[in-house]
Design a protein around this ligand. Structure first.
Ligand SMILES: NC(=O)c1ccc[n+]([C@@H]2O[C@H](COP(=O)([O-])OP(=O)(O)OC[C@H]3O[C@@H](n4cnc5c(N)ncnc54)[C@H](O)[C@@H]3O)[C@@H](O)[C@H]2O)c1
Length: 425
């Protein structure tokens, strides 16, 4: 298969970008759209010369799509995903994969049993800063990770929720900031640091007139022993969201993370310790001596960088520039070497993460390999999101694997209004 017949379910919101990207990817032939807004659907389908389906199940039965994007409100993801996979169709699911881990796992199993690709739109992994953090950790530059500090803050007024009521309830959104916005950052944390083993969290609704949490604070222990503190809120204007990943040999820091919902020009600092912490902790005789840190900074370029940058002096800057060159100078193309991203689309001014994920998804179908954001490898993030809610609302520390039945029971109580997020207005 070198041309994938593609359908998009849910086209008025984020679905419009899926249409844009699908139309630009050489190996995708957009054949069908589905939406319940019939007038909008018919207009768009006519304009694009593709078939229109008010009921997406007719699209699945029509034998005209090999793969689909599901871009509908979150509570529909599970049922739609299952129906697509049962019909033998590969799925690129918008985040969250499902609102409950138990449903997500059922989908992952069905995809595996039917030998189909199921990927999740976790495009934050493709951001340049994320790619650099990943390589800094994997190359051993910071050594074994010991500690992480990670915050995400943006402002969302009441009007953000009023435009789409589905975003305001446990039943439809599946949760507030944790599963809606932060699932991306939780995915980054698990992708960068590893599997969580324990979480202790607090959540609250401090400003909004709905059922859901708008603020979260969580302490997480990962399999490798790293301890992370994660804080997030939609009650603070964007600014000074921080990322610190501290290891045995050094620390990588983004002091004012700009890439919160899209790739931006972050400055990344790397501090190299004069020796490994293990060695210094055992050998320093002066009880208050502070080890030297040599700092290096790398600012992500705003524009397409020149092909021959001056030779950088430091290992960290060299590594960062190498990644940026790789991202910029590899045209998106079919690639069998994944899972990895193959480059930013070069005819766009700005790097576009969602597009890269869609390219990777189509590559994974053609080359029969795991997608960069395969549903299976994103499950730890959903488990962490569910674990945070469980810990906060049952007021306890939660060990992983989380008890799926316990979360599902809590989720039912939340949907029925039997239990509520602490609300302070
Ligand atoms: N990856 C990201 O960064 C990102 C960003 C925004 C939204 N999302 C996700 O995308 C999904 C959709 O969000 P949105 O903001 O586009 O929502 P939206 O409400 O703006 O759009 C949803 C679309 O789905 C359609 N729809 C609803 N029920 C349908 C059905 N049964 N069959 C076909 N179409 C149906 C609606 O008519 C609408 O066009 C959500 O799960 C959200 O989490 C992801």
């Amino acid at each position: 298969m070198d041309k994938i017949r593609y359908g998009i379910i849910g086209i008025k919101g984020t679905g419009r970008y899926h249409i844009q990207f699908a139309n630009k990817i050489e190996h995708i032939e957009l054949t069908a759209l589905s939406d319940t807004d019939e007038a909008f659907l018919n207009d768009r389908s006519k304009e694009l010369g593709v078939q229109a389906f008010r009921d997406y199940r007719d699209m699945l039965a029509g034998g005209i799509v090999d793969a689909v994007s599901v871009v509908t409100p979150s509570h529909l993801h599970y049922e739609m995903g299952m129906n697509c996979l049962q019909a033998g169709i590969h799925v690129l699911m918008e985040k969250p994969l499902a609102t409950r881990l138990s449903d997500a796992e059922t989908m992952v199993k069905l995809a595996k049993d039917n030998k189909l690709k199921l990927a999740v739109m976790h495009q934050y992994r493709t951001y340049r800063a994320s790619q650099i953090l990943k390589e800094v950790i994997e190359s051993g530059l910071v050594g074994r990770v010991l500690r992480v500090l990670w915050t995400w803050h943006e402002f969302r007024p009441e009007s953000y929720f009023e435009r789409d009521m589905w975003r305001t309830t446990w039943k439809h959104a599946g949760g507030g900031i944790t599963v809606y916005q932060n699932i991306h950052d939780l995915d980054l944390l698990c992708w960068l640091i590893g599997r969580p083993v324990t979480v202790s969290a607090l959540i609250a609704n401090q400003l909004h007139n709905n059922e859901l949490e708008d603020t979260v604070s969580a302490n997480i222990i990962f399999e490798n022993g790293a301890i992370a503190t994660f804080q997030s809120s939609i009650n603070q204007p964007k600014g000074y969201s921080v990322r610190q990943i501290a290891g045995e040999k050094g620390i990588v820091v983004i002091q004012d993370a700009k890439s919160l919902i899209q790739d931006e020009t972050d400055e990344i600092l790397f501090g190299k310790y004069e020796d490994s912490l293990n060695h210094m902790a055992s050998n320093y005789k002066d009880s208050h001596r502070q080890p030297e840190i040599s700092w290096q900074a790398y600012k992500l370029p705003e524009t397409f960088p020149g092909k021959t940058p001056p030779p950088p002096r430091h290992k960290f800057v060299r590594l960062a520039k190498r990644i940026i060159r790789r991202l910029y100078h590899t045209n998106p193309k079919m690639d069998s070497n994944g899972p990895h991203i193959t480059g930013w689309p070069t005819d766009w001014k700005e790097p576009i993460g969602q597009w890269s994920v869609m390219i990777d998804f189509t590559d994974s179908i053609i080359y029969d390999r795991e997608p960069l954001t395969s549903a299976e490898n994103t499950l730890p993030a959903l488990e962490l999101a569910n674990g945070i809610i469980l810990s906060a609302l049952r007021k306890k520390t939660v060990d992983f694997p989380i008890d799926r039945d316990e979360y599902d029971e809590l989720f039912n109580e939340l949907m029925n209004g039997k239990i509520r997020v602490p609300h302070k207005r």
